[in-house]
Design a protein around this ligand. Structure first.
Ligand code: IDP
Ligand code: MG
Length: 143
């Protein structure tokens, strides 16, 4: 276990989660775990914002489908805070592929393969302190 330091992470409920009415369940799991939500908004992100957010995936076969999918409806963006929240939310979310994400996780319990080019897995969570800072600035920097 690494040292306990208060962190912040960017969490998104993707368009599939909003469409399916699962925002409450996602928030509930974050709050039940004990993390604090310090910022929250429903939004329709622009293509430019999403391309910046997913810049690390540019050039991959799922990049364009991913951006298109993220543009397919409103999303909920939030910032959660707490000791090791970056790792903790990734653990709550489960692995990227919802088919094999562990039961008990958000993706494992609430998502599955839909046969689409991009895997629809309900949530995004930052994967490192550097990513979290960068992503929080993208989504909440201009508030
Ligand atoms: P993460 O969301 O678990 O951090 P990343 O590798 O950062 O996963 O990928 C970003 C998003 O792109 C995923 O959540 C998923 O929606 C989609 N994605 C990632 N890898 C694939 C793939 O191999 N095929 C289709 N979609 C993918
Ligand atoms: Mg990622």
């Amino acid at each position: 276990m690494s040292s306990t330091k208060v962190e912040r992470t960017l969490i998104l409920v993707k368009p599939d989660g909003v469409r399916r009415g699962l925002v409450g369940q996602v928030i509930s799991r974050i709050e039940s775990k004990g993390y604090q939500i310090t910022d929250l908004k429903l939004m329709n992100p622009t293509r430019a914002l999403l391309e910046e957010h997913y810049a690390e995936h540019k050039g991959k076969p799922f990049f364009e489908p991913l951006v298109e999918f993220m543009l397919s409806g409103p999303i909920v963006a939030m910032v959660a805070e707490g000791e090791r929240v970056i790792e903790g939310f990734r653990s709550l979310a489960g692995v990227t592929d919802p088919t094999v994400a562990a039961p008990g996780t958000i993706r494992g319990d609430l998502a599955r393969d839909q046969g689409t080019k991009v895997v629809q897995n309900l949530v995004h969570g930052s994967d490192s302190p550097e990513s979290a800072n960068r992503e929080i600035a993208i989504f909440f920097g201009g508030k």
